[in-house]
Design a protein around this ligand. Sequence first.
Ligand SMILES: NC(=O)c1ccc[n+]([C@@H]2O[C@H](COP(=O)([O-])OP(=O)(O)OC[C@H]3O[C@@H](n4cnc5c(N)ncnc54)[C@H](O)[C@@H]3O)[C@@H](O)[C@H]2O)c1
Length: 440
Amino acid sequence: MADRYLHLTGTAPGRFLTRRLGLPQPAPLRRWTLRTPSLDGPLLHLTAGASAIRDELAKVLATTGPTADAQAARPAGIVLDATAVTSARGLAEVHAALHPVVRSLAPGGRIVVLGTPPSSEDHHQAAAQQALEGFVRSLGKEIGRGATAQLLRIPDGGTPAAAESTLRFLLSPRSAYVSGQVIELTTAAPGSVTDRDAPLTGRTALVTGAARGIGASVASVLARDGAHVIALDVPRAQDDLVRTADRLGATALPLDITAPDAAARIAAAVPDGLDVLVHNAGITRDRRLANMPADRWAQVIEVNLDSVLRTTDELLTSGALNRGGRIVATASIAGIAGNDGQTNYAASKAGVIGLVRSLGPRAAAVHGVTVNAVAPGFIETKMTAAVPFLIREAGRRMNSLSQGGLPVDVAEAVAWFAGPDSGAVNGQVLRVCGQSLLGA
Ligand SMILES: NC(=O)c1ccc[n+]([C@@H]2O[C@H](COP(=O)([O-])OP(=O)(O)OC[C@H]3O[C@@H](n4cnc5c(N)ncnc54)[C@H](O)[C@@H]3O)[C@@H](O)[C@H]2O)c1
């Protein structure tokens, strides 16, 4: 559904009027297109303290898209390496580095602060590194003009090379609706890609709920990145499913994911194994707990959580998921913040987060597979078009970017998790919510 307010603030009289009234000023977000694949401007690489990874990081940044320029008057991206900040006093260097340049960041620009995980043995280091989280989340709320800010943690023993796929995502138009996020890498080998424009070439990806909405967009972005996509949806959505699959050169698999033999039928559809499994299918059956019959509760838990657990287990243990594989599940900010009338839905989506955090490390150790989740905020789909007007407007504006996201914003995040070079990204839950105030 069109966001008329966003359109209004894109006109000169509309901008004038809404500014005078003190209303939100959403900036149009620049998303990835074939003709504009990277940020429109140079990258500023700053360092707080004596970083041990400075030179290696510079090499990695040189591959991420925007050109590094230490003198850039109007940078489109700023990377601050704060991995060496280990004390409260050291935080002064964070201020000293960013204070003079933050105003010059181009509209739609990106700030990425690099840190390390807070230590459980050194409380000064832990305090200083945790401070970066509050810093980045505040920065995301104040920079405006469609710009975003994130914190990326590299663990002890991790390398900037392991951060390459993540930096490429964060420093690009693909992360337009991601802000105020903290991502923690692991020390696992990141893996590599041969063709950066088609990183999923030769890979097979299955997307559930792919007939429409976010799932159709995920299928489309994974196909763009070179994957052979198997698009799964319920048999009653077959017409839409086949249309989506035909458009993408994908294979349609009409199947209810809750069917007892769903995993076996998926495995049968991928004789060479599956490389990317995207659990996207989801339903809502909203009602307050006091009015909720058991069947509405059970349907949501079954589709959004139980079938996700079951198919994941079966595809992993049967070996249908290839080594180097990627599982990406779909949570929701409702699973983080909770939502009136959504005890069932929020429980199912919080369950997905539990699954990801618990299984991620084990799946990597035993099967060589990563497990991550996206947690969308307000995304413009049929699901949110059905929400009553005032609640819909609140959902759209109550975030740092003052607008709803598009299905493609979620799809780009899924594609980053799915990348063969994202092996160090595991057990993460990325909110794609424009830094929503809900659950912040
Ligand atoms: N739209 C949002 O703002 C938003 C926000 C947070 C999370 N999400 C999550 O994102 C995912 C996609 O949401 P959407 O807005 O595109 O929803 P949607 O309703 O537009 O699409 C969901 C798709 O899943 C399919 N599906 C449902 N049950 C299925 C089953 N048993 N087996 C196979 N397919 C099934 C549906 O047929 C439909 O095509 C869901 O998991 C949803 O909970 C959406």
